[in-house]
Design a protein around this ligand. Sequence first.
Ligand code: UDP
Length: 479
Amino acid sequence: AEQKEKPHFAFLPSPGMGHIIPLFEFAKRLVINHGFHVSFFVITTGASAAQNELFLSDNLPAGFHAVEIPPVENISSFFTDDMRVVTRLSIIVRESLKQYLSSLLIKHRPKALIIDLFCTDAFEICKEVSIPVHSFFTASTLLMAFSLYLPTLDREVNGEFVDLPQHIQTPGCNPICPHDLLDQVKDRKNDEYKWYLLHVSRLPLAAGIFVNSWDDLEPVTLQALKENSFFQNIPIPPIHTIGPLIKQDEVITEKDAEILAWLDNQPPDSVLFVVFGSGGTLTSEQLTELAWGLEMSHQRFILVARKPSDASASAAFFNVGSDEDDPLMYLPEGFAKKTEGRGLVVPSWAPQVAILNHPSTGAFLSHCGWNSTLESVVHGVPMIAWPLYAEQRMNATFLTEEVGVTIKFPVVPGEELISRKEIEKMVRIVMEGEKGMAMRRRAQELKESAKIALNNGGSSDDSLCRVVQFWKSDQSLCS
Ligand code: UDP
């Protein structure tokens, strides 16, 4: 009888650690806390050391099965040099699913599939075999609300959204400054926009949408969604607020242990952690300014360094953790010597959650990807916002103006060079100033409120338990 009540679900994230990590955590939670059986389909895109590390079998609970989707042969023949990241991503997913998803579903026989925003080709394939599909939206709820509204905007607005003279008013939500809009909707003629629009216009096909947030972090947007005022004409599936789900039980390699041991020897709240998500890269000129800004601040720091790229701010997106370069090759000469003992440079990838969880970590210079944001807030760490790509400018503004855990530069990184002087100033504000203290207190408040939301009986726990109970009572979902 026990066996009969065990739902078997499959998960399918699109490539990119920022997509894989939250779906992985959600899946683990269903297995560990709710006794599910999970088949976790991962699209292989080549050498991502960080991705491989995640699926080391020691890290997986019983009942969790990682299933590799082999790389599509000759995928690069589908690409042109000017294709942007969401276009590439969508093509990889489309081709992988076309080749493999049906047979995987037949072989593994899950009763439902949970996907992220960029795997919407799965709707069609799953419809043919009558498998319900749920969506896990891995970015902010504000972006989700905007995205659900995008097909309407697309019909009603002529010209570019960025040229609109006023802020964009997603019903019931806080207005968005056109400049902060995600890159994907800033050029409506680009294929990337067409892909994004296609994916978001399929969101209503989901049997339910999970969001990685909680009431105290995004009160306005979540209220708008609950009141339904937002969706006069937009059919939306049930929305389940289950966050913040962040990386747990990170795999700590020997190299990681050295970083943590270094942190053990630093005073409380004294270290600034610097990393730009899984894909972020700076130009060489900007990296030089950053390095000297850190040096001039005289603060302790951990800098995750990646080979600079003048072509793209997300150059490391598909193969992060694979870059074995020596950072000394591209950091300015003399930098290592001048910051010796005070700064630690780590190539490519670091155990972010363990670092944010360490008492010596005092602040985070971050690109403000949604997972990084949640991880910082959950550990009570204030941020310096350095948005680079996707919807990160939106997150930076929201975190600075509404939440109060972040400061941002007066100019936009990537559009203008941020000087070492400005960087030094920002670092000092966060690490030494009264404003930094206030931001840290605010982050601590949210840390407590996140705990409450996830604890037994809290809003996010409740929301997940309710849907799990519903799934378990639906015999067609259990095997
Ligand atoms: N991450 C990490 N080590 C690194 C860089 C990133 O563990 O050196 C993890 C980080 O903890 C987060 C994810 O990668 O869980 C990045 O997701 P996010 O949404 O912040 O940004 P994205 O990579 O999607 O731009």
